[in-house]
Design a binder for this molecule. Structure first.
Ligand SMILES: Cc1ncc(C[n+]2csc(CCOP(=O)(O)OP(=O)(O)O)c2C)c(N)n1
Length: 570
């Protein structure tokens, strides 16, 4: 018999201690019985433990914490369907390379076949959405440490799933005393420095390829989608001389003093409206990274052109974004930028090839004109989503993290400069099901966090707020435009005759009772003057998270955006 009298508790203790030793920052647990050994183990160990009811939200909370802390965070649940609910966050973390650890407690091996309740096959159930799956079944001898080493390796590439079979007894004999658990504080450095890791460098051929591109005067486009790591200013500065930089505002490319184009849809609209041939914008070499680009139109336009494509990333993914399959460059994005910067530096004293200079100028002349026309075009718009987004973006204080709902908020955000830290949106798989929770997770990790989201996304993920403790430094601006405004942006829904009823899903849900249920401070806004006024005091410390429900007209907002595009793209 083990010291505690429970093999389950011993196994859970060993796993909790092992994960802590490889850099675990915190754990989000959902109430359940089968995972009782893990809950007790983490509390006993002094790990930061957050309690969240809904496993789908809990996994997104943990992902938001991993993003804010830049280190692994675990989410822990009981057996059965609870385990499946980690799926959406794992899928998102997998696409963007975040170190999320899904711990699913299970009954002993084979239980699902023995007429026991709350059982299903859990081993490897998330296999396609994680970098590696593990079964922690009371490992013996070196088995445990070796598995933990594999977990640490796998976490550098993305999330992992650890299924943990436990048999009764799940609880110790006699009443236990635990230390009081304090809410997390804003960390000035990673909570567990063991996670500090060497960046995985790109293969040598990558640097040589960029050297060759610079020597031969090739037109290089660095194109970034959403990714979680802050990118180096000095490396990007080196790149910006030789390469054109463009991508999503959530890519990390928009750092102070580095020229980069974020409003890619706007840029392409203007290019095409001017009747310019796509061939004139064609690069010779495109280096991509991160989640799929928000601007599908730019991706589709590039896909009609012929160039070489390299895709960077720690998972070695090879997404075929364009006409031909890319060559994967297995590495961390910053390490690749460093290698590129070194390649370009050696040519710093040499003038840029005139073809390349002209090509870059062509992109930038158009972009400069668009930026110059931007403010006048927004000023001309009536009260609408566009006007609300501008007010919000202008008011976010320095030091606050910005999260964006991944429908129209992330698209509007491309029009407004934002950096340091770069904004976040769950663009990996672009589900609207965890945007609240990811922002809550970021605030739980001690970072003041603002979320701009749509009201359907807000309603969908309402369980984000069934959490202990609820962070205070969280502000949520809900653009309540009467349904999914995104469906007015997309070609198609309007033609079906079902736009309002089945796509946009017009509704008249009042958000106030929901906010009251969760103890969120709620204000409703009807116009721009009201929004400006509310924002003046909104960021000051408050005893609970605050929600601004901003009422905008849905159809007029879509029309205002279309008119804005017409006005700037002349
Ligand atoms: C889990 C999930 N279900 C459905 C969708 C499809 N979808 C994308 S945007 C959207 C509507 C979002 O509406 P809202 O949050 O109000 O934002 P808005 O479109 O007004 O910006 C839906 C249903 C999705 N991306 N993820």
């Amino acid at each position: 018999m083990t010291a505690s009298g429970s093999p389950a508790l011993e196994s859970a203790n060993a796993l909790a201690a092992g994960l802590s030793s490889i850099g675990l920052g915190a754990v989000v647990v959902s109430p359940g019985s089968r995972n009782a050994p893990l809950i007790q183990a983490f509390v006993e160990l002094g790990t930061q433990v957050i309690v969240a009811l809904d496993e789908r939200s809990a996994a997104h909370h943990a992902m938001g914490m991993a993003l804010a802390l830049q280190q692994p965070v675990a989410v822990c649940c009981t057996s059965g369907t609870a385990a499946l609910n980690h799926g959406p966050a794992l899928a998102e973390a997998h696409r963007v390379g975040l170190p999320l650890i899904s711990l699913t407690a299970d009954r002993p091996h084979g239980a699902h076949n023995t007429w026991q309740s709350q059982t299903l096959v859990q081993d490897r159930v998330h296999e396609k959405q994680v970098s590696q799956s593990f079964t922690w079944d009371h490992p013996n001898g070196d088995e445990g440490p070796s598995m933990l080493q594999d977990m640490a390796q796998a976490l550098h590439r993305g999330p992992i799933h650890v299924n943990c079979p436990f048999d009764v007894p799940l609880y110790p004999k006699g009443k236990q005393q635990h230390k009081a658990v304090s809410p997390p504080q804003r960390p000035s450095q990673p909570v567990n420095p063991d996670w500090n890791r060497a960046l995985q460098a790109p293969p040598d051929w990558f640097r040589s390829r960029l050297e060759a591109a610079a020597n031969a005067g090739e037109k290089v486009l660095l194109l970034g989608g959403t990714q979680p790591v802050p990118l180096s200013v000095s490396f990007l500065r080196c790149w910006s001389r030789f390469a054109l930089i463009a991508g999503d505002s959530t890519s990390g490319l928009f750092v102070h003093g580095v020229p980069a184009i974020s409003a890619c849809d706007r840029w392409l609209t203007a290019w095409q409206k001017g009747g310019r041939p796509l061939q004139d914008m064609a690069p010779d070499l495109v280096v991509t990274f991160g989640a799929p680009l928000v601007s599908r139109r730019l991706r589709d336009a590039l896909a009609t052109l012929d160039f070489e494509h390299l895709h960077l990333g720690p998972s070695g993914a090879e997404p075929q974004a364009f006409a031909r399959p890319p060559r994967a460059v297995l590495c961390d994005v910053n390490a690749a930028l460093e290698a590129g910067a070194a390649a370009f530096k050696s040519r710093n004293d040499t003038p840029i090839a005139s073809d390349v200079e002209t090509w870059q100028r062509t992109w930038w002349d158009l972009e400069d004109g668009l930026r110059a026309a931007h403010n006048t075009a927004v000023d001309a718009a009536p009260w609408s989503d566009l006007r609300a987004h501008r007010c919000l973006h202008q008011s976010i204080p320095k030091g606050w993290d910005l999260h964006l709902g991944n429908s129209t908020p992330v698209r509007y955000a491309q029009l407004f400069e934002a950096s340091d830290p770069h904004p976040w949106s769950n663009r990996g798989v672009a589900g609207i099901d965890g945007c609240n929770s990811t922002a809550v997770g970021s605030a739980l990790a001690g970072r003041p966090t603002a979320l701009i989201t749509g009201e359907l996304g807000f309603l969908y993920d309402a369980n984000a707020f069934h959490i202990q403790p609820l962070p205070q430094s969280l502000r949520i601006a809900v653009i309540h435009n009467g349904g999914g405004g995104i469906f007015r942006w997309i070609d198609g829904p309007a033609e079906t005759g079902l736009l309002e009823s089945h796509f946009e899903w017009q509704h008249s849900t009042d958000l106030r009772p929901l906010c009251e249920l969760h103890g969120l401070i709620h204000h409703r806004i009807h116009d721009e003057a009201g929004l400006q006024e509310a924002l003046r005091n909104w960021w000051a410390p408050s005893p609970a998270p605050q929600v601004l429900e901003i009422l905008t007209p849905g159809a007029e907002s879509a029309a205002a955006y279309a008119r804005y595009m017409e006005a700037v793209c002349v």
